[in-house]
Design a binder for this molecule. Structure first.
Ligand code: BEZ
Ligand code: FE
Length: 308
């Protein structure tokens, strides 16, 4: 006789079908997916129309992805899943700089730059000059040499370079390598707040929920130094109206700073500036790998896939 399942018995039966999964982590993850997905259907008493809509939404989310756009990451970001995964995997010791979301605008091979150079190579977008100084040290304050530091940010209209089309040149992004003093300094223009891409399914979800798509202004930093925990983070501009309601939940209090205005004149690098400029001085503190708290991973690349 064929076995028959009803709404009270099907969940256990589906979970049982995964009992021979050889990879224990994959088995655990698949069982949890089934348990939680079935619980969602039960809790909401999901209708067939709603389930069809959900499948269509996920289909459109996939169809919106391309080599220049990742709608599933936006979905994860706007549902707070990216920051939940970050919180679980990137708990750092007291005093260490905290991490936040990577976002979709990182580019692998950014132009290499030297300290005190200007990284906003097209000045036609205007924006107030910004001099950004950063020191990278261990938790005891010893400078970290040979750290690779990527920086990238929006222009004063809230756009990243790669949003200006496939032929746009890379600007407002650079890769530095620290010397013995562990310092990275550059000139650029003050970033502005911007909406995450909202012309796709994720934007429709936000609109349907009366949620705005805005992120507060920030500079992105990504740091890789041998023997240290990988760091992906932002420094947010204090006073931004979206600090309290970031569309992707990425703000941490410890990552907000004033970017104070300085008068025209001689800047800290000795150059002469003909108008008022903003000044960021930031001290990044990285834990050594053996100082990491249990459960935290050393670097994004060290994570193994449950199917691999
Ligand atoms: C960003 O900061 O670049 C970003 C993060 C998450 C979603 C969209 C943009
Ligand atoms: Fe950003």
């Amino acid at each position: 006789m064929p076995r028959e399942f009803d709404q009270f018995t099907i969940t256990d039966e589906v979970i049982d079908r995964f009992k021979n999964t050889p990879n224990p982590r994959l088995k655990q993850l698949m069982e949890a997916v089934v348990r939680h997905a079935h619980a969602l259907v039960q809790e909401t008493q999901l209708t067939e129309t709603e389930w069809s809509f959900a499948i269509d939404f996920l289909t459109r989310t996939g169809q919106t992805c391309s080599d220049r756009r990742q709608e599933f990451i936006l979905l994860s970001d706007t549902l707070g899943i990216s920051m939940l995964v970050d919180a679980i995997n990137n708990a750092v010791p007291a005093g260490a700089t905290q991490s936040t979301v990577l976002g979709p605008f990182f580019v692998q091979d950014a132009p290499v730059a030297q300290n005190n150079s200007r990284i906003d190579l097209d000045d036609d977008h205007g924006g107030q000059p910004l001099y950004a100084e950063a020191t990278f040290t261990d938790l005891q304050g010893n400078p970290i040499e040979s750290a690779k530091v990527d920086v990238w940010h929006s222009d004063e209209q809230g756009n990243y370079d790669i949003q200006y089309g496939p032929d746009a040149s890379l600007t407002r992004r650079a890769r530095f390598v620290t010397g013995k003093d562990g310092r990275v300094t550059f000139w650029t223009s003050l970033p502005a707040a911007y909406p995450i891409p909202y012309d796709g399914p994720v934007g429709q979800m936000l609109a349907a929920a009366n949620r705005h798509p805005w992120r507060p202004a920030h500079l992105h930093y990504m740091v890789d130094a041998p023997g240290f925990k990988h760091l992906t983070t932002h420094i947010f501009v204090n006073g931004d109206q979206y600090l309290e309601s970031d569309a992707v939940f990425g703000v941490k209090k410890s990552l907000v700073d004033d970017f104070p205005e300085r008068p025209a004149g001689t800047a800290p690098d000795g150059s002469i500036v003909d108008r008022p400029y903003r000044h960021l001085v930031w001290h990044f503190k990285l834990p050594r790998l053996d100082q990491m708290l249990p459960g935290a991973s050393a670097a994004p690349t060290s994570r193994s896939s449950p199917t691999g």
